[in-house]
Ligand binder design. Structure first.
Ligand SMILES: Nc1ncnc2c1ncn2[C@@H]1O[C@H](COP(=O)(O)OP(=O)(O)O)[C@@H](O)[C@H]1O
Ligand SMILES: O=C(CO)[C@@H](O)[C@H](O)COP(=O)(O)O
Length: 492
């Protein structure tokens, strides 16, 4: 049946853009348009041209519209969820002054350390912004730009995050949301506003930043005529505030105020993430204490090396990504991009425990184990940030929801199952970020709560995988190598 109202959720993530054309009444995914964009750089640098995101958004929407088989006039709203933290600097005409510095660019590590030492130190930062500056955070990137390319920083007429750069291209108005703003380290989750003392510390004029839209069914504007012509969608449809990609995944899963609270999620994409939607404001220096898209919070830990790093190890070994076996004695930490959790921006990959009988398949399995343990180590801290005891059996038995490209992978699912010892919930829908954005678009078009909409759609429903006994031997082997790296000693 042809739906009468369609909404478009856009996921502009690290490697690609996806546009989910979704039946607003039922949440049925009608089509998923996709377009890749490039990440360039080496030696710690990771950059993308924001104009490529805009081009990819146009291509993904055009492809989705063709495939959905609905008239453009059925589309009632659009929302963008984007990779977090990226620094976009624009001239007075809204054109990028240079490529965006991405979340996994580690060059700002010295600036992050200097910032973390200011204002009373890490605990004080966590208390006011929710998070301690690390190289990923936008404030650290801004400081890097001021030091290394002062001309670009001084000429900036606007400073944006990836999702609000795209939202502005759609609606012609500057706007961001509390979720993505909380990844800058210049927004306070305690006050719900930009922190003027921090802006003073980093020499950034607040007028360069987009206003933070209130949470709820937030429509920030309407699709401009120019954007409508470019995308082939009707001018005047609702444009939502959008949010960061992890916040949108929570919405798509139906997690948040109108849905389930304090249930953990594991994101397996370029980044590995663990997070939960909660009502307790996180202020632990060990986590990023983000805001969520629905007025609550999203304590989260993020690693820089997940699916892409493991795929790289598979390519080096000449193996298909699922041609892997448990690692045995071998431990491989695929920290190809440095690491953020733990905060080791200068780290590189580490291999220990190699024997004559170690096989290539075990080495690949060890890369999965290394990446999985690195992110799963933060799970208990996320649970504690929700005000819960991770050892409470009722809490420990809550299924871990898997999202991101890796959730489609057999070896990822089996590795996470074995190392977490938890039941897993694998949503039938593969694109939770784009579907979460679609729910935000539906909320903006109808005035309804987006988490409630996603809950009714059932986009978070899926297959429950029962737990297996936890592989503690591998867990301790891998964590001891990580602990050795953190302590600065020799691994192994
Ligand atoms: N079937 C699969 N098995 C394992 N990994 C997969 C599968 N499909 C996609 N991926 C991985 O998912 C990643 C892309 O996931 P995605 O969540 O879209 O990433 P991002 O949001 O960072 O752009 C790729 O790096 C790829 O390795
Ligand atoms: O930096 C973070 C979260 O703090 C990352 O999770 C980015 O938001 C990029 O995500 P993916 O492209 O891996 O989805």
């Amino acid at each position: 049946m042809t739906p009468s109202t369609v909404v478009v959720g856009v996921d502009s993530s690290t490697q690609s853009t996806k546009a989910a054309f979704t039946d607003a009444a039922t949440g049925r995914l009608l089509a998923l348009g996709r377009a890749p964009h490039r990440v360039t750089g080496g030696a710690g640098a990771r950059e993308s041209d924001p104009e490529e995101w805009w081009r990819a958004l146009g291509e993904a929407v055009a492809a989705g519209l063709r495939e959905a088989g609905v008239p453009a006039s059925a589309v009632a709203g659009i929302a963008v969820a984007g990779q977090q933290h990226g620094l976009v600097v624009l001239d007075g005409h809204g054109r990028p002054l240079r490529p965006a510095l991405l979340w996994n660019d580690t060059r700002a590590a010295p600036q992050a350390a200097a910032l973390a030492g200011a204002l009373g130190g890490p605990a004080a930062w966590a208390a006011r912004t929710g998070s301690v500056p690390v190289a990923s955070m936008t404030a650290a990137k801004w400081q890097w730009l001021r030091e290394h390319e002062p001309y670009a920083a001084e000429s900036a007429a606007a400073v944006r995050l990836p999702h609000d750069f795209l939202t502005e291209r759609l609606a012609g108005v500057a706007a961001t949301d509390p979720g993505d703003a909380s990844g800058t380290c210049w927004y306070s989750t305690a006050t719900g506003a930009y922190d003027t003392e921090i802006l003073g510390l980093v020499g950034l004029d607040e007028s360069l930043l987009p206003p933070v839209a209130p949470t709820g069914a937030t429509r920030v504007g309407s699709l401009t005529r120019a954007a409508a012509e470019r995308l082939g969608l009707p001018a005047g449809i609702a444009v939502a505030a959008g949010t960061g990609d992890n916040m949108a995944a929570a919405v798509g899963l139906g997690l948040g105020g109108a849905g389930l609270l304090d249930h953990p999620v594991l994101g397996l994409g370029t980044s590995g993430t663990v997070f939960a939607a909660t009502r307790t404001r996180p202020a632990s220096a060990a986590l990023a204490g983000f805001a969520s898209a629905d007025g609550g919070y999203l304590p989260l830990a993020c690693t820089l090396n997940c699916t892409l790093a493991v795929d790289k190890v598979a390519a080096l070994l000449g193996l298909d990504r699922d041609d892997a076996a448990p690692g045995g004695e071998a431990v491989l930490l695929p920290y190809l991009d440095g690491e953020r959790t733990p905060d080791l921006p200068a780290a590189s990959g580490v291999l220990t425990g190699l024997r004559h009988d170690t096989t290539p398949r075990q080495l690949l399995g060890a890369a999965y184990e290394g990446a999985a343990v690195t992110v799963l180590r933060a799970l208990d801290e996320v649970v504690r940030a929700c005000g819960l005891d991770p050892a409470d059996p009722a809490v420990a038995s809550r299924p871990l929801r898997l999202v991101g490209g890796g959730a489609r992978g057999r070896t990822w699912v089996e590795t996470v199952r074995r190392l977490s010892g938890r039941p897993l919930l694998i949503p039938a829908a593969g694109e939770l970020v784009a579907l979460g954005a679609a729910a935000l678009a539906a909320g903006a078009a109808s005035g309804r709560d987006a988490v409630e909409v996603a809950g009714e759609w059932g986009t978070g429903n899926g297959r429950l995988v029962p737990p297996v006994e936890r592989d503690r031997a591998t867990w301790y082997r891998v964590t001891s190598v990580i602990d050795g790296l953190v302590a600065g000693g020799s691994p192994g």
